[in-house]
Design a protein around this ligand. Structure first.
Ligand code: NAG
Ligand code: NAG
Length: 179
């Protein structure tokens, strides 16, 4: 009798934990998020590539995953830009790349804001994340503008555009986190 009673209590306790957890996590379906993206198919490809993903993963997980993707994209861009700078024909060409390397890697740049946005996610500071992702967009647009003006590497332009689209996806997720 006693044992049945305590297992009933345990069951109620678990029920309580499960239900309070589902209240505190926000779930928005990937297709709802991606409908708001300027390029829905890029967004779907990004969020559906999440390993072990189930339909309607909660927003914090999606934000975490999108930041991981942005970090990988950033690393690839960093490596490509360094290669381009090393093999540039002359100083003029090197200087074209230099604008982007400031925007992407400097103290105040995409790289530092990616660190900030990750930290603010862990702290649950979602409104600060909105500012971080807006800063990331600003740096990327400066770099993209410089690449367009100087017609440098099309591959680099594509890499930076991947970062821009990834940041757009992150901004939509952050918008829902702040609702
Ligand atoms: C950025 O990440 C996305 C999603 O994983 C991938 O499809 C794309 O090729 C990556 N781009 C770069 C430049 O790494
Ligand atoms: C530098 O290289 C670019 C691309 O090959 C060329 O168009 C430009 O004239 C060169 N500039 C100088 C100063 O040599």
């Amino acid at each position: 009798m006693m044992r049945q009673y305590s297992s009933l209590l345990l069951g109620l306790f678990i029920l309580h934990v499960v239900s309070s957890k589902s209240i505190s996590t926000k779930v928005v379906e990937v297709k709802v998020i991606c409908k708001e993206a300027p390029n829905p198919s890029y967004c779907l490809n990004l969020l559906n590539s999440k390993p072990g993903r189930v339909k309607g993963v909660d927003l914090v997980n999606l934000a975490e995953y999108t930041i991981d993707v942005l970090n990988d994209n950033w690393t690839n861009t960093f490596n490509l830009l360094n290669k381009l700078i090393q093999s540039a024909e002359n100083d003029t060409v090197t200087n074209y790349y230099y604008r982007c390397s400031l925007d992407l890697f400097n103290l105040d740049s995409v790289s530092s804001r990616l660190g900030d946005v990750q930290l603010n996610l862990e702290l649950g500071k979602y409104s600060a994340m909105a500012k971080d992702s807006a800063d990331i967009m600003q740096y990327l647009l400066e770099c993209i503008d410089s690449l367009h003006k100087h017609e440098t590497s099309p591959l680099l332009a594509k890499y930076v555009d991947d970062l821009r689209q990834g940041d757009q996806v992150l901004q939509i997720i952050i918008k829902y986190l702040n609702l």
